[in-house]
Design a protein around this ligand. Structure first.
Ligand SMILES: NC(=O)c1ccc[n+]([C@@H]2O[C@H](COP(=O)([O-])OP(=O)(O)OC[C@H]3O[C@@H](n4cnc5c(N)ncnc54)[C@H](OP(=O)(O)O)[C@@H]3O)[C@@H](O)[C@H]2O)c1
Length: 245
């Protein structure tokens, strides 16, 4: 089904090959959005399969959030097709099997840096490159998939250093962006999507609470809701609860 029109709202979703990113893209397509989907795994077929049903609405584009040239090329590619973007969803994120090691065991600092580069710095590269396109739109919405693992106030883990630290750093990056951009009418959504049956561990997690398709429903509802949390930066979870920083 293709329902796009010249006035269809336009979104970018990062990390859209599978898991939550794919489900967010599919949900927006069903709602008639024009979607640019960041592709990091060209051999993974789900995004290509989704395109079969939405040929005019969905564009998959190479996007590695650790590589500023890749991110800028993606923005340039989007700018060839459209003159603005209404919604950017920073979804791409990783975890590492090494996070489970407590401090008494060897820490994998390369993996910590990798998680920080993708989870914390990656979204900043995306906003950097896509801001002119977002500025040209009416909605100016910047959404970030963070995690309850970011919360210092409610930290309960005794390991997971690289993942927790990277998501807390992401929240700080968003906070600094908010201070700069809120007065220019940008609107922000910071979100914990719930524990999902996605691929963060490398294979599909079948024991978690939510299928990515289920998780995408409250996520998109919150990302698109008007006048939600506009003048105060808030991290909300999939059940609508606010999380302390
Ligand atoms: N799963 C959960 O329970 C959970 C809970 C809270 C928050 N989150 C957050 O939700 C978001 C989506 O995670 P998910 O569970 O859907 O995981 P996922 O199934 O692994 O999907 C994430 C996608 O991002 C891709 N990616 C990795 N590195 C990238 C890069 N440098 N540039 C662009 N894309 C890249 C991944 O590719 P690879 O598979 O090759 O790495 C994967 O396709 C993440 O930000 C995660 O931190 C997840």
């Amino acid at each position: 089904m293709n329902t796009t029109t010249p006035t269809s709202p336009i979104a970018l979703v990062t990390g859209a090959d599978r898991g939550l990113g794919l489900a967010l893209a599919a949900n927006l397509l069903e709602k008639g959005w024009r979607v640019f989907a960041g592709q990091y795994m060209p051999d993974w077929t789900e995004l290509t399969a989704l395109k079969a049903g939405y040929a005019d609405q969905l564009t998959a584009l190479p996007l590695d959030v650790t590589d500023i040239d890749s991110v800028r090329s993606a923005a340039a590619r989007v700018g060839q097709d459209v003159d603005h973007v209404d919604l950017v969803i920073n979804n791409a994120g990783v975890i590492s099997p090494t996070i489970v090691h407590p401090i008494q065991e060897a820490q994998d600092y390369d993996e910590m840096h990798r998680m920080y580069d993708i989870n914390a710095v990656g979204p900043l590269r995306v906003i950097d490159a896509f801001l002119p396109l977002v500025a040209a739109g009416g909605l100016k919405r910047l959404a970030f998939v963070s995690s309850e693992a970011a919360s210092i106030n409610r930290c309960k883990r005794d390991a997971w250093y690289g993942y927790c630290m990277s998501k807390t750093a992401l929240n700080m990056a968003i906070s600094v962006l908010f201070n700069r951009l809120r007065s220019e009418s940008y609107t922000f959504r910071v979100y914990h999507p719930g524990w999902m049956r996605s691929y963060m561990g490398g294979t599909k997690n079948n024991t978690a609470d939510l299928e990515p398709e289920e998780a995408a429903v409250p996520a998109i509802t919150y990302f698109l809701r008007d006048r939600a949390d506009e003048d105060r930066l808030v991290m909300r979870d999939w059940q609508g609860h606010e999380w302390p920083w």
